[in-house]
Write a protein that binds this ligand. Sequence first.
Ligand code: MOS
Length: 742
Amino acid sequence: MTIHIGTPTSRIDGHAKVTGAAKYAGEFGVPGLAYGSVVTSTVAKGRIAGIDMAEALAVEGVIAVLTHQNRPPMASDDRAYSDETAPEDGSPFRPLYDNQIRFSGQPVALVLAEQWETARFAASLLRVEYKTDAHMTDLHRRLDQAKAAGSPPKARGNAEQAFAAAEIRHEGDYYIPTEHHNPMELFASTVIWGGAGKLTVYDKTQGVQNVQRYLCGVFEMKAKDVQVLSPYVGGAFGSGLRPQYQVVLAVLAARALQRSVRLVLTRQQMYALGYRPGTVERLRLGAKSDGALDAITHDAIAITSQYEEFARNDTGWSGALYKCANAKYSHKLAKLDLPTPCDMRAPGAATGVYALECAMDELAVALKIDPLELRIRNYSDRDQNDDLPYTSKQLRECYRQGAEASGWGKRNPEPRSMRDGSELVGWGMATGVWEALQVETAASIVLTANGHAEIGCASADIGTGTYTIMAQVAADMLGLPIDNITVKLGDSTLPQSQVEGGSWTAASVSHAIAGAADAVRKALWRMAEKGPHSPLAGTKLGDVMLADGKIVNKRDPNRAVPIAEAMRHGGVDRIKEKKSTKFSKENPYALRSDDSYARNTHSAVFAEVKIDEQLGVIRVTRVVSAIAAGRILNPKTAGSQIMGGVVWGIGMALHEETLTDHRFGRIMNANIAEYHVPVNADVHDIKVIFVDEPDDVINPLGIKGVGEIGIVGVAAAIANAVHHATGKRIRDLPITLDKLQR
Ligand code: MOS
């Protein structure tokens, strides 16, 4: 029998995606759709003084213009606008709620028309008058006024004293600018008006049930009257964790018109959704002359909005990753007249570990110790923050295999010492770390007598390969060919799931499916072992497994009952089981939450850059990423996740930066012509290694999940390689050629 778990497997949704059969939120529709176009604020702060809509309304085909003044009712308390991923502190944004302007690009009106082009044209005719107030959007001018927020890990020892006493010290400020997610798919919602107030909402989201609860809150609707679907997502990376404003406006419009509505945001408008907040990271490292770390302080100052405190763990990684007796962290937020930031792939770690891993490289240079050797000398087998053992940690093996694959041993440590023709060559490395999370999730299985199974879970597949791993796990647990498995996800009526985020979905959904499959096995065995002539008569549940479409005695595979026959005995034509990962004794695949262990994934990233000495043009010619992330369900899709993370790390290191003209508080490069992301020409050789990391503590199947771990450390490895190539240390991202030539 084929084993699917661990086997490189092509996406089961791949064919639908490349042929266009897979439909996205903005592609669903019914006859008689109305189309929306959003009008957004041109000022960063103030009030709407007046809206003149006469000209827009006069356009043939325009149905209505909705504003805060004429919209249908919406809830008036913060709780209604909250969602499972909202920041703990603050007052969530309410689109078209009142006349207050909180950021440039805020929606102020929605034009509805019979055709999208008409709506967009009419939107350009709307005259909005503002009464402006003075705004501030520049983090660097608010660093001193930043206030403590979030909850970094507690300090240990006396880091200040240890730093002052250290033989070798390094301190530096590292800056990561604001970055935007830029998923390929535009944010979109299509709301189908079902009559009697019932709505079917196709939404671009990472969590259909999160959006459903949110809409019920905002519009005071009953859960049974709102179904949210998101069968395919064209990238999101965190931008689809919170319900975004277009879903509110589309529902608002459908309720106002009592008609089906589609609303697709423009690329430019998407820059006023969340973003990775620009952050200053202050690192201080103190070490003995042999390289042993003795002091770490890490202080982060990040952007948030005026109305919510978005804080992530930037700093705690520093004291967790390396052995060090004295560590201290702080996280502060500067409130600016901008929208609230939101999670973006490996939030906190992508930024905080960038700073730490550059600082470690600088310390290695000061100590004249090889950067990899410095990390190995400070290797910790325990989580230093909470003093806990890891469920598993094969980072040492990542270092070893990554170094071998990249040829690290051949590196001449001297900066500017390696060349290839007219190009300077640099080799840099860094460590990456992320959490191995798992959340409560439920899944259902309907097994029919013909040996087909339908798996259901309200989770999303944001492009990560969730459909495929769900089918792989189900195929193995049910002993069926993968082609006999149908996967349903991205529908709020399916069994419970949180948003797809935090890299927690693979572990969570796999155990929900495994639990349900085990219940199917039990039900089949009960039917099959009945009767004196059953080949399984007298067996115990523990004696049987599902394989090749049969219930099989593990000790004697010749004693088996086909699924169809078992169901015939039982007088049924299908078996339906549903299980949650919530801990229960009767489910061997339930997830125990055990806080006596640290749960993390790790990586070692090795990068090669080649830099034109005259022009400063940087090419990332080679990256090796060695990952320790427990059992890899599908090396093909998991490998693609890591590759995507590496590409994004190249963007973070060299290209990405959201630029704001602070005079207007307005983003100036809100398009992918001027907001640069890596293109094919920027991406060269990427090698992904998954090291073996058996883990029978973290969960029964040993799954940790990948995705976010792929980006962490990459920008630092590249920045360190740039220093090795040129002798220049650029701490402010992105490392552009002008910075190198200064
Ligand atoms: Mo991820 S930033 O949790 O989508």
